[in-house]
Design a protein around this ligand. Structure first.
Ligand code: FAD
Ligand code: NAI
Length: 468
């Protein structure tokens, strides 16, 4: 039986990054992945393909709606969905090839097959051809990720009632796409198809979409998606059933007055969250505990109740985000190697890749109020930014929350162009406990979107922005 210092089960952003860091630290490492294609949800059916389609659909939307104002005349553009999906598949292929290369470069043994514990230090891999291989391991990192959740009364047939995975490879642009869940997936994939011409109805049972984010940002996003892309939001509506009927879907909902309403569309995307994936992993044989939500329980070292077994990423507590999984991959490898790493979970940014993008870090205004913490607010609208005017992206704003007495930045919430990239500056600022005045006194290249962060900080620190 071949023996490894560390075996990682699952090759998503958590698992493959953990494997690389283990190898860098001199540990003999194997990575087990049940699919031929490495990279997990993120590379194959998540972050990368969704962003490829978001970018393609944005090009189409701009060509159809904004080229004219820039002085570019074209005939009315047409969607070639087959080519768009083929391009996306190619983006995935080249990104996955990059992970294959990294595994070879770092001399990581990649084994294709389903991994399962036989005991705490023995793993069995069932290969695609049904043969089995047993491996001995010192430490194991569980990085098996998550799968889409569903709802009672809804049967996902993957043809008409679909998850994000199928929504990333449709053969036609839906006429009317009904989306259950006004979370990140619903808004991102809803944006893709709205830009390509679908009517979008989002059914959300909370009173706002993406309820965990700062309320002012959420309201602005709702307003923009309704105005620019004709999104229909049915808030405070509860879905009770989704049934296929011919070439369409009937979705039954209870509205806020508890009246039953039927909505007809040609596709229904179920995007109500994801659940941890530990099927047939043999956790019972290894003696590993899971919590009531099915997530693997870990301590502050991301170690399970079995000391040789660790877990990271979507399968444990916390935000289901690729960059959180990657940080945990590095963390756990360093813990295994005897180091004392640290993750600041308060400073893991959350991003929604709609247009405008949304990015958030640290506390929301609602959270500060709940904690009775005294704070100052600084806001700078993109309509006052020269860079935003030049590109024609004037929707949205930067909002900075700072401690009332110390001026330390406590939260940054951006809705606007390139918010996803802009939030990185806020991460650095908050990691170094910058005050709003610190950022307000630093030079930002002109003209850039990032000047708006500086201006919002000037507004927060002393109500002295320059350009509003
Ligand atoms: P995963 O990526 O889920 O990988 C787990 C891997 O383990 C899989 O490959 C699986 O096949 C394998 N596996 C499971 N069990 C076994 C077993 N027993 N044996 C062998 N292999 C096994 N996050 C972001 O940060 N930014 C985004 O823009 C973003 N966009 C997303 C878009 C969509 C449509 C979706 C669905 C998700 C998106 N996410 C995004 C979330 C992100 O994909 C996840 O948070 C991330 O992939 C979690 O990484 P992970 O390593 O924990 O697990
Ligand atoms: P989500 O948790 O973001 O949103 C689910 C939404 O569905 C919530 O608003 C919830 O209130 C609603 N909902 C639940 N039950 C409902 C019901 N019965 N009727 C109506 N609404 C209901 O989950 P989502 O969008 O499925 O995404 C899953 C995960 O993938 C997220 O945790 C996210 O972190 C990750 N992801 C991240 C992305 C990014 O970072 N840009 C992009 C896409 C996904």
């Amino acid at each position: 039986m071949e023996k490894f210092d560390v075996i990682v089960i699952g090759s998503g952003p958590g698992g493959y990054v953990a494997a690389i860091r283990c190898a860098q630290l001199g540990l003999k490492t194997a990575l087990i992945e049940k699919y031929e294609s490495l990279g997990g949800t993120c590379l194959n059916v998540g972050c990368i393909p969704s962003k490829a389609l978001l970018d393609s659909s944005e090009h189409f939307y701009n060509a159809a709606n904004h080229f004219k104002e820039h002085g570019i005349k074209i005939n009315s553009p047409e969607v070639d969905i087959e080519q768009m999906i083929a391009r996306k598949a190619n983006v995935v292929k080249t990104t996955v090839a990059g992970v294959d290369y990294l595994m070879k470069k770092n001399k990581i043994t990649v084994i294709t097959g389903h991994g399962s514990f036989l005991s705490k230090n023995t793993i069995e891999v069932t290969k695609p051809d049904g043969t089995k291989q047993q491996l001995e391991t010192g430490k194991t990192i569980i990085a098996t990720g998550s799968k889409p959740s569903s709802l009672p009364g809804i049967e996902i047939d993957k043809q008409r009632v679909i998850t994000s995975t199928e929504a990333l490879q449709l053969k036609e642009v839906p006429k009317h796409l009904i989306i259950i869940g006004g979370g990140v997936i619903g808004l991102e994939l809803g944006s893709v198809y709205a830009r390509l011409g679908s009517k979008i109805t989002v059914i959300e049972y909370m009173n706002h979409i993406i309820a965990a984010m700062d309320e002012t940002v959420v309201k602005e996003l709702e307003r923009i998606l309704q105005k620019e892309l004709d999104f229909e939001f049915l808030l405070k509506h509860k879905v009770t059933a989704a049934k296929i009927s011919g070439d369409g879907v009937n979705v039954t909902v209870l509205n806020s007055k508890n009246e039953q309403v039927e909505i007809k569309g040609d596709y229904c995307l179920v995007a109500v969250g994801r659940k941890p994936y530990t099927d047939h992993l043999g956790l019972d044989k290894a003696g590993v505990n899971i919590n009531e939500n099915g997530r693997v329980e870990v301590n502050e070292k991301l170690q399970t109740n079995v000391s040789d077994i660790y877990a990271i990423g979507d399968v444990i507590k916390g935000a289901m985000l690729a960059h959180k999984a990657m940080e945990e991959g590095v963390f756990v490898a360093e813990v295994i190697a005897g180091q004392k790493p640290h993750i600041n979970y308060n400073l893991i940014p959350g991003v929604i890749y709609t247009w405008p993008e949304v990015a958030a870090l640290g506390a929301t205004e609602e959270q500060l109020k709940e904690k009775n913490q005294k704070y100052k607010v600084g806001v700078f609208p993109f309509k006052a930014s020269g860079r935003a005017k030049a590109s024609g992206d004037t929707n949205g704003f930067v909002k900075v929350l700072a401690d009332e007495s110390t001026d330390e930045i406590l939260g940054v919430h951006i809705i606007g162009p390139r918010a996803a990239d802009m939030i990185a500056e806020a991460v650095v600022a908050m990691e170094y406990k910058a005050s709003a005045e610190d950022i307000g006194r630093m030079s930002h290249a002109h003209p850039t979107f990032t000047e708006s962060f500086k201006e919002a900080c000037l507004d927060a620190t002393a109500k002295r922005p320059i350009h509003i």
